[in-house]
Design a protein around this ligand. Structure first.
Ligand SMILES: Nc1nc2c(ncn2[C@@H]2O[C@H](COP(=O)(O)OP(=O)(O)OP(=O)(O)O)[C@@H](O)[C@H]2O)c(=O)[nH]1
Ligand SMILES: [Mg+2]
Length: 233
């Protein structure tokens, strides 16, 4: 069941706190499976955004601890009549993975670059460090990127203007959103628009399609069978 496994597994927190357990996701219950990454400096609110996206609107949002290593969560989403399985990878902003970095980025359909609107250095680090890393390691030329300025609920402490965010997004060919994981403002919209944009890219769709993955598996099994038949004849 290759389509339900994330394609890169650097290392994981002990628990998978995904919104759906793997056993609950049957291979036929979705049309496409997409790998999404969330990156950005430590403390910008990557895990909080994710929690805000996957938890029920009525659930209170708690303060969470810094991520250790890499975590991932799954969420089913229906957009434009398509059932999508999103596997969203969340890294610790402080961690660098060395040789594992490339496997983390490999095959990503979407990347969410997050900064904190109240901490300017998190914004400059996005363009100077994170966006460069994406250019270096993201193997998918069609990969959809979205720039997110988080913590807009703390507008009085704002250190990055909306215009600056928009300009950086334009420079790196990203969608742009300002969100608040705390109030949930724009969070659902941000993930939904990312999914819609991925659905718009035929190249990405093919890679995420369950039908295509099944076909690839079938071909692999056939060629393995041929090889073993030849070997014994
Ligand atoms: N006011 C406010 N606080 C937020 C928001 N999002 C996150 N926080 C707080 O910011 C702190 C860091 O949030 P995390 O989600 O752990 O940040 P992170 O980017 O995952 O950090 P690392 O895992 O260390 O990389 C926590 O105390 C959150 O409660 C937001 O939208 N508004
Ligand atoms: Mg985190």
């Amino acid at each position: 069941m290759g389509s339900s496994s994330p394609s890169a597994t650097p290392y994981l927190n002990g628990e998978n706190r995904g919104s759906l357990k793997r056993s609950q996701i049957s291979p036929t219950s979705y049309d496409y499976s997409f790998k999404i990454l969330v990156i950005g400096d430590s403390g910008v609110g990557k895990s909080s955004l994710l929690l805000s996206f996957i938890s029920a609107p009525e659930d209170p949002l708690q303060d969470i601890s810094p991520t250790i290593g890499v975590d991932f969560k799954m969420k089913m989403l229906s957009v434009e009549g398509k059932r999508l399985k999103l596997t969203i990878w969340d890294t610790a902003g402080q961690e660098r993975f060395g040789t594992l970095t490339s496997s983390y980025y490999r095959g990503a359909h979407g990347i969410i670059l997050v900064y904190d609107v109240t901490r300017r250095e998190t914004f400059t680090n996005l363009s100077e460090i994170w966006a460069r890393e994406v250019d270096l390691y993201s193997t998918n030329p069609d990969c959809v990127k979205i720039l997110v300025g988080n913590k807009v609920d703390r507008d009085v402490e704002r250190a990055v203007t909306v215009e600056e965010g928009m300009a950086l997004a334009k420079e790196h060919d990203c969608l742009f959103y300002e969100c608040s994981a705390r109030t949930r403002a724009n969070v659902q919209q941000c993930f939904k628009d990312l999914a819609l944009k991925i659905l718009d890219k035929p190249g990405l769709l093919e890679q995420g399609s369950v039908v295509v993955k099944r076909q690839i598996l079938k071909e692999k099994q056939l060629s393995q069978k041929k090889r073993s038949d030849n070997c014994c004849s």
